[in-house]
Design a protein around this ligand. Structure first.
Ligand SMILES: [Zn+2]
Length: 161
């Protein structure tokens, strides 16, 4: 029997401010002079990923699951968000398998290329897939959005009927 395929898509952005630690895909970059201004750790890649996962079966978005107004989510490690979203997805679509993840991260500085393998391994580890199934594209905004970090994630999920 043929498998059922679902596409997921998510996006996220945060403003960069001094005094916060930059975290991308679960990888902390303490050397960055700025980090995301956010209620949680502001990991744009994991937030976009979590929304992409939820979107595959129209399960809402992380703003609804983890409302910024709720103090218990302050400083939340976004790996925890992804873990909870995976649990929710498994409950809704048992046996679903991630085929691949395609992510674009836009950040003017610091350059993320040197951390590509770290980020791919981190994201793959969270999802239980091979790093080779995590495509990472790093872009700059060409100076158009120097105070922002942004991410967009598309993924493909499959499931035996
Ligand atoms: Zn976010």
């Amino acid at each position: 029997m043929s498998r059922e395929y679902r596409v997921g898509h998510g996006q996220d952005a945060h403003r960069l401010v001094a005094g916060r630690t930059l975290v991308v895909g679960g990888v902390r970059m303490p050397d960055s002079p700025r980090g995301p201004d956010a209620h949680s750790d502001g990991d744009v890649l994991l937030h976009a990923l979590a929304d992409a996962l939820l979107s595959t079966y129209a399960l809402g978005d992380i703003g609804r699951l983890f409302p910024p107004s709720d103090p218990k989510f302050a400083g939340l490690d976004s790996r925890e968000i992804v873990a909870r979203v995976l649990e929710k997805l498994e409950l809704h679509a048992s046996g679903a398998r991630l085929e691949n993840v395609a992510a674009v991260v836009t950040l003017d500085a610091p350059k993320l290329g040197a951390r590509r393998d770290d980020i791919a391994c981190s994201v793959a580890g969270l999802l239980g897939i091979e790093p080779a199934a995590v495509g990472l594209t790093f872009k700059t905004s060409e100076g158009l959005a120097p105070d922002h970090v942004q991410a967009s994630v598309t993924l493909l999920l499959s499931r035996a009927p």
